[in-house]
Ligand binder design. Structure first.
Ligand code: APR
Length: 318
């Protein structure tokens, strides 16, 4: 089997290391690189992952590398086709994603500058929070064309919504289709008109109150897990989403996924990174795909766009 492509994951915490392992286990990449500023952490995790290859049967090499604040060690990401930024602090119970903005902006900016220097041709997938703002900041700090910087949030929010619907109806997850757009936060926009169970509209299967309850739980999906874990945030579902996005880029699959993408006229919205559906391929966002929205859903998306626009303007100074 021919393996190709190099994916680098910056930050070897729970999110980064799980993403790296998922990517390696796909067994389609030549190499997965994992880096962290904590001395030895990335090397140790990479060694552990490589030792699982004989059991799980994958040949993708995992390379771990410690990097320093002044950029030493970053040569390891040279030639990357995709770089996933997971570096940054996770939430603690009671915190909103926005509470992380100042500290994570410093981290993400410094990481983005190193990516621009060492992997100038990469597509960058951002997952650090607050997501919409960190995606905008990464584009600014790398100077990359906007379609090559993508944020991961919509796939995760959609997957959470799907799970809650499947659980409520006691049906297989695979029979449920949902969609969320907008921000990865308070102005997340669920799209009930695109929610189907075995092809049937969700509104025929659950009451409006129950759907509202599931939407609220989805919007607070991250916080629910933070409150349970107490020491960090979710990473199994988030890493599944980020890894699928990286796979779509390398395979040039043109798969349509809900992601945080630069919107330039779609839905009458311009000049903002926002959760929308987009075709993902070798160039990152190949096309933002507009879906039919009801008047209410469209209005909610416009509200989300304006909310993230004002916050994204702030990141320039961070
Ligand atoms: N360069 C590289 N790695 C860094 C840097 C940096 N400048 N700063 C911090 N890190 C590393 C930390 O050393 C740690 O290993 O980022 C890692 C973060 O890991 P965790 O604390 O386990 O957090 P995680 O759950 O992985 O979340 C990472 O994703 O979902 C978001 O809100 C979450 O912003 C957070 C990010």
């Amino acid at each position: 089997m021919a393996r190709s492509g190099v994916v680098s994951v910056i930050g070897a915490g729970f999110y980064g290391s799980t993403t790296a392992l998922r990517l390696a286990e796909y067994d389609i990449f030549e190499k997965v690189v994992l880096t962290d500023i904590l001395e030895g952490k990335a090397e140790g995790l990479a060694l552990d992952m490589n030792q699982s290859r004989g059991i799980e049967g994958f040949e993708t090499l995992v390379v771990g590398q410690t990097t320093t604040a002044d950029g030493a060690g970053y040569e390891v990401i040279a030639g990357s086709d995709v770089v996933v930024i997971t570096a940054g602090l996770p939430r603690k119970p009671g915190m909103s994603r926005m509470d992380l903005i100042e500290v994570n902006a410093k981290i993400v900016r410094s990481v983005a500058e190193q990516i621009a220097k060492h992997a100038p041709n990469a597509v960058v997938i951002v997952v650090s929070n607050p997501l919409d703002e960190m995606t905008a900041l990464t584009q600014l700090a790398t100077g990359f064309v906007k379609h090559k910087v993508i944020g991961q949030a919509g796939m995760l929010d959609t997957a959470r919504f799907t799970y809650f619907v499947a659980e409520a109806l006691n049906v297989p997850v695979g029979s449920v289709q949902t969609l969320t757009l907008g921000s990865h936060g308070d102005t997340m926009v669920p799209v009930p008109s695109r929610c189907l169970v075995n092809g049937k509209p969700l509104s025929e299967l659950l009451s409006a109150e129950k759907i509202d309850e599931l939407v609220t739980r989805t919007r607070n999906g991250g916080a629910e897990i933070v409150a349970l874990l107490k020491t960090g945030s979710a990473y199994y579902a988030p890493s599944a989403a980020a890894a699928r996005m990286a796979k779509a880029v390398i395979e040039d699959s043109k798969t349509v996924m809900p992601v945080c993408a630069w919107v330039d006229g779609e839905y009458g919205i311009s000049g903002v990174y926002l959760g929308v559906e987009a075709k993902i391929g070798r160039n990152g966002i190949e096309q933002v795909v507009e879906t039919q929205l009801t008047a209410n859903e469209k209005a909610d998306l416009l509200v989300a766009a304006e909310a993230v626009r004002s916050k994204q303007a702030d990141v320039q100074s961070l």
